[in-house]
Design a protein around this ligand. Structure first.
Ligand code: GRF
Length: 209
């Protein structure tokens, strides 16, 4: 069976939605480890309560390069069976830029969720960007991670309407509810081997017909 590693930095609500779905929907993947770069991440406690192993690799004050830090993460992932052959890595609010070496090692095995309809509003504060731009719709995107900022092949997206009186906070809340639906769905599709990647596109088996 595949092994899943989830990387977080804070609240961990996407992590929680994935872990819950694995149990409830019997997704064929072993939730092997949750790793946080922040010792105070609330998500760590949630994972522990759900019986999932947690590890902290503190990034603040880390002596060494970005790749040195990522090597530590790879060591811990591998120790928990999340390898480049048999693993899936989900970034879930992990507030660090990942080194190209780490991305290459887990090529086509690393997912991220972004709170906008990519390629619109990549980078930080995507919900604020959408409100300030005056977009009428926004949403969220699950995508494979590549070398760019939120540029990897898109797996799933969900749309929400931006109302005239929406603020960054109200829009974030609406988008988060959709994130909690599509991230577990994408993990399920991956675990079931239903995602085919072709160039920068993905195709979901038995869909789109
Ligand atoms: C989410 O909005 C996600 O889209 C973004 O970071 C936030 C993480 O929230 N990448 P949580 O820690 O999963 O609650």
């Amino acid at each position: 069976m595949l092994s899943l590693g989830i990387l977080i930095s804070g609240r961990g609500s996407n992590m929680e939605s994935i872990l819950k779905a694995i149990k409830k929907q019997k997704i064929p993947i072993n939730p092997a480890v949750v790793i946080s770069n922040n010792p105070d991440a609330v998500g760590l406690k949630i994972a522990q309560k759900m019986g999932v192993k947690t590890e902290i690799i503190e990034s603040k004050g880390f002596p060494g390069s970005r790749w040195d830090y990522d090597k530590k993460i790879i060591q811990v992932l591998s120790r928990h069976g999340v390898t480049e052959k048999n693993g899936l890595v989900c970034l879930a609010g992990f507030m660090r830029i990942i080194s190209p070496e780490f991305i290459r090692k887990y090529k086509n095995r690393m997912l991220n969720i972004h709170p906008a309809m990519l390629p619109s509003f990549p980078g930080l504060h995507a919900q604020r960007q959408a409100v300030e731009y005056g977009a009428k719709y926004s949403g969220c995107t699950v995508h494979f991670v590549d070398d760019g900022v939120d540029t990897g092949p898109i797996i799933l997206q969900a749309v929400v309407k931006v109302k005239d009186d929406d603020t960054e906070e109200t829009l974030s809340k609406k988008i988060l509810a959709k994130e909690h639906k599509i991230y577990p769905q994408a993990v399920k599709l991956f675990a079931e081997g239903k995602i085919k990647i072709s160039g920068r596109k993905t195709f979901i088996k038995n869909q789109g017909r």
